[in-house]
Each structure stands twice: as C-alpha cells, then as structure tokens.
Design a protein around this ligand. Structure first.
Ligand SMILES: NC(=O)c1ccc[n+]([C@@H]2O[C@H](COP(=O)([O-])OP(=O)(O)OC[C@H]3O[C@@H](n4cnc5c(N)ncnc54)[C@H](OP(=O)(O)O)[C@@H]3O)[C@@H](O)[C@H]2O)c1
Length: 276
C-alpha cells in the first residue's frame, strides 16, 4: 500500500486524486481546511472502494496552508505518523487577485503557493527518501521567465500584480525541484499544469471579471477533474528520477536561467531566515 499525501485534497483536482487512490487501496493523507468536504469524499470513496469495510485508509489534517504555524504543525504531524511517503501532491489553491497579508504578516499567496510547498518538500524529504520510487507533483504551471522572482521584495509590498505574483511562485516552484533532487537523486520532481481549464471550484477572492470568465470557460471548455488528473496518475505510477515539467500529458521545457542554483539557494536562505 502506497502512502500519498495531497494538499488541497478536499476539492478540485486534489480531491479527484484522493478518490482515485482510495479506490486503488492506497493510504491517503488529505490536507485542507474543510473537514465537511473530506467527509463527503469519504462517503463517495468508501462505498465505491471498500464496500465491505469501514476501514477506509484515509486521514484528514485540517490546516490553513497560508499560516506558517499551521504548515509547520502539519509537516510535524505527517512526519510523526508516516515513516514513508511515496507521493507528495501539492495542489492547495486559493486565488487572490490582490495582495493580502496574513495574520502572521506575510503575503498570503507567496506563502500558500510557494513557502508552504518549500516547507513540505524540505520537511518531508527523508520520508520521501524512504520510498522506493518517490515523487513530488507540484501543480505549479511550468514556464515562467527566469527573472520572475523579486528577491528584494518577494512579498511584493511594491508593485504587486496578480500576473507578477503568479509568475514568481511558478518560477520558484520550478527551482525548488533543483533543491529537492539534489538532496535525493532518486526523487522525481514534476511541475505540472493541466493542458487547459479544469472544471474545479476555483476557490479564491477574485473580481467579477475573473469569476465570470472562469465559470463560463470552465463550464464550456473545462475538463472534469477526474479526467484532467489522469496524467498525474501515470506520472505517480512510473516516476522518473530528476526534474520534469508537463502540461497535461505533454512534457514542457524547463526554463534554464543563468543563476538557477544561486537563485534557489537564495530562496532557501530567505525562507529559513524569515519564516521561522
Ligand atoms: N482548475 C484549473 O483550470 C487550473 C489551471 C491551472 C492550474 N491549476 C492548478 O491546479 C491546482 C489545483 O487547483 P484546483 O482548481 O483543483 O483547486 P480548487 O478546486 O480551487 O481546490 C483548491 C483546494 O485547495 C484547498 N485550499 C485552499 N486554500 C487553502 C488553504 N489556505 N489551506 C489549505 N488548503 C487550502 C481547498 O481545500 P478547502 O476548501 O478544504 O480549504 C481545496 O481542496 C492548483 O495549484 C491550481 O493553481 C488549476
């Protein structure tokens, strides 16, 4: 039985993956904020996956992954409870069109979409190393420009735009793969985005324009989440060591900057210093 940890496993693509792995008989750790959503997931998966058993091997950990205290608590709990993690799927998402500070004083999107992922990947590195063929699937759309990170002001106190913030976290997540695979050459680290829109909850605080566009396009052209995640399932079934990037089933080119190793080292230093 594999152990699959899924952040954002209560909804959208994370939920579709959780359902798949429960049906396949794997152990699934779902991290999200809403226990009620997890209960409905269990109801659906329980009857489908294990009709004769009450023992569905699923665990829910409630956490707000834009809170550093919560992230550290969850990483510790997962470490305590699991000696080995076969796959870590990073799929928590809450789209904020505007800059927003958390109660801890950090920029919320930067924490949710990058710092939390950094802390999961580094904090669970030895648990992944304990697996035969470990994989991290980071649902950060690949392909942001090499200079997309504002090292002087990653929280973007000046000049925040949704596009800049989005590009910065995508770039940082691609670079995170360098750190992760340097620590474990057997690890597969994939930055993955769907090939088009997926009909998910698009949870977030966005203006009416973005809301309407997502609702209309998602309904007309969006894939069902269970269909959209099939390439992720294939990647987890046959992980290839090293870094890779995909849009749907298609490999994408990893962006190479002139200072990639220095850049991820700077990010790591910054996080260890600022997010204690
Ligand atoms: N949908 C698309 O078309 C699309 C396109 C490109 C990329 N993506 C990427 O694919 C990934 C999955 O997106 P999705 O559309 O499937 O997401 P979604 O349906 O909006 O679901 C988001 C998930 O994240 C969790 N979440 C939100 N805020 C959280 C927080 N502060 N702490 C912990 N969990 C939190 C939610 O759980 P709770 O409600 O329980 O908190 C939920 O499980 C994301 O990385 C997204 O950027 C999606």
């Amino acid at each position: 039985m594999r152990t699959i940890v899924i952040t954002g496993g209560t909804d959208g693509m994370g939920r579709a993956l959780a359902r798949h792995y429960l049906a396949a008989g794997d152990r699934v750790v779902v991290i999200g904020r809403d226990r009620a959503k997890f209960e409905t997931l269990l109801d659906a998966a329980g009857s489908q996956a294990m009709p004769d058993s009450d023992a569905v091997p699923a665990e829910f950990i409630a956490a707000d992954l834009s809170s550093i205290a919560d992230i550290r608590r969850v990483v510790e709990q997962v470490r305590r409870e699991h000696e080995r993690i076969d796959a870590l799927v990073l799929a928590a998402s809450f789209i904020r069109q505007r800059r927003q500070l958390t109660n801890e004083g950090y920029e919320a999107s930067w924490v949710l979409f990058f710092v939390s992922k950094y802390l999961f990947v580094t904090g669970l590195a030895d648990r992944l190393r304990a697996a035969g063929r470990p994989i991290v699937v980071n649902t950060a759309v690949p392909g942001a420009r090499a200079d997309a990170i504002d090292f002087d002001d990653p929280g973007m106190s000046q000049g925040f735009t949704f596009a800049r913030s989005n590009a910065q976290q995508r770039r940082a997540n691609e670079l995170l793969g360098l750190l992760a695979t340097a620590g474990d050459p057997r690890l597969a680290y994939v930055t993955w985005g769907p090939s088009g829109l997926v009909r998910t909850s698009f949870a977030g605080e966005v203006g009416p324009g973005m809301k309407i566009t997502a609702a209309i396009l998602g309904t007309i052209a969006g894939k069902r989440p269970d269909v959209a995640v099939r390439p992720i399932i294939d990647l987890i079934d046959s992980p290839a060591p090293g870094r890779a990037a995909y849009r749907g089933t298609k490999p994408a080119t990893l962006v190479r900057g002139e200072h990639d190793r220095e850049d991820i080292a700077r990010l790591a230093q910054m996080i260890e210093r600022d997010f204690r």
